[in-house]
Design a protein around this ligand. Structure first.
Ligand SMILES: Nc1ncnc2c1ncn2[C@@H]1O[C@H](COP(=O)(O)OP(=O)(O)OP(=O)(O)O)[C@@H](O)[C@H]1O
Length: 250
């Protein structure tokens, strides 16, 4: 579905990272981990086409995405950026409907079909009851679900989530992770960044460890999220404990 082929990324002439080769199949979830400033968001923006690749390629089902229009990209990639306060002065239903913009022609207004898709995405995420609520007045966890619904309203093949659980309480973190798991089970490919290896163990099939813009390790979670790799990534001793079928990172 998605292949990063020897990709370099950065801002203008400033290279933040390079030499990345990664693969993501349909329905797979990839967790990207790395210290602050290691280049996770810059990499995401490059994959999404918000920044041009400085070298290498972003391939979607074998096709190089370099020349794609924003509309073409929006039909492949749904993006939920790092959490932001509830600044949209709109209802939840309107925020989700905005996700249909990429599917509309120039100057076209949303049609009944677009409203139906938006409503279906609210249902899919279990938040249909919030439709009429003011987006700025719902909880942080609910807002994150609404933003995921908005990205899904684009009907993308790949969902990119930048630290989707940051600033959420424990229960809402769980809610978002369960949602990620469910969506990948429905065939969506998902790339997410996180500062919590536990989360990668909980939801991801693959992990990529980014240190100073370079891949320290990448591959299936059990082989990649090892004590040695995580200790090297974060520069502190990391121990993994298995408790009730889950892996906890200490
Ligand atoms: N617009 C920009 N121009 C130049 N450099 C930038 C720009 N935005 C970010 N950087 C730099 O790029 C590097 C990587 O930043 P990035 O935000 O991609 O890291 P990150 O891994 O997502 O960090 P965090 O975990 O803290 O969110 C940092 O050194 C940052 O200062």
């Amino acid at each position: 579905m998605l292949r990063l082929d020897d990709l370099s990324f950065g801002y203008g002439r400033t290279i933040i990272g390079g030499g990345l080769t990664l693969d993501l199949a349909r329905g797979e979830t990839l967790a990207l981990l790395g210290p602050n400033g290691s280049g996770k968001t810059t990499l995401f923006k490059t994959v999404l086409g918000l920044l041009p690749a400085l070298a290498g390629r972003v391939l979607v089902e074998g096709a190089d995405s370099a020349g794609w229009s924003p509309g073409q990209r929006a039909r492949i990639f749904g993006y939920v950026p790092q959490s932001s306060p509830g600044f949209f002065p709109f209802s939840v239903a309107e925020v989700v409907l905005m996700g249909r913009t990429a599917r509309l022609g120039p100057f076209a207004a949303p049609a009944a079909q677009d409203r139906a898709v938006a409503a279906a995405m609210l249902e899919r995420l279990g938040i249909a009851h919030l439709a009429a609520r003011d987006f700025p007045r719902i909880s942080g966890g609910e807002r994150q679900l609404v933003l995921i619904a908005r990205a899904l309203a684009q009907e993308p093949a790949i969902l990119v989530l930048d630290e989707p659980t940051a600033s959420l309480d424990f229960g809402n973190q769980r809610l978002i992770l369960d949602t990620v798991r469910r969506l990948s089970g429905q065939g969506l490919s998902i790339v997410l960044s996180t500062h919590h290896p536990d989360e990668a163990f909980a939801v991801a099939d693959k992990a990529a460890l980014l240190r100073a813009g370079a891949l320290l390790a990448a591959g299936p979670v059990p082989a990649t999220l090892t004590e040695a790799n995580l200790s090297a990534l974060y520069g502190v001793p990391v121990a993994l404990h298995r408790v009730g079928g889950k892996v906890l990172c200490v």
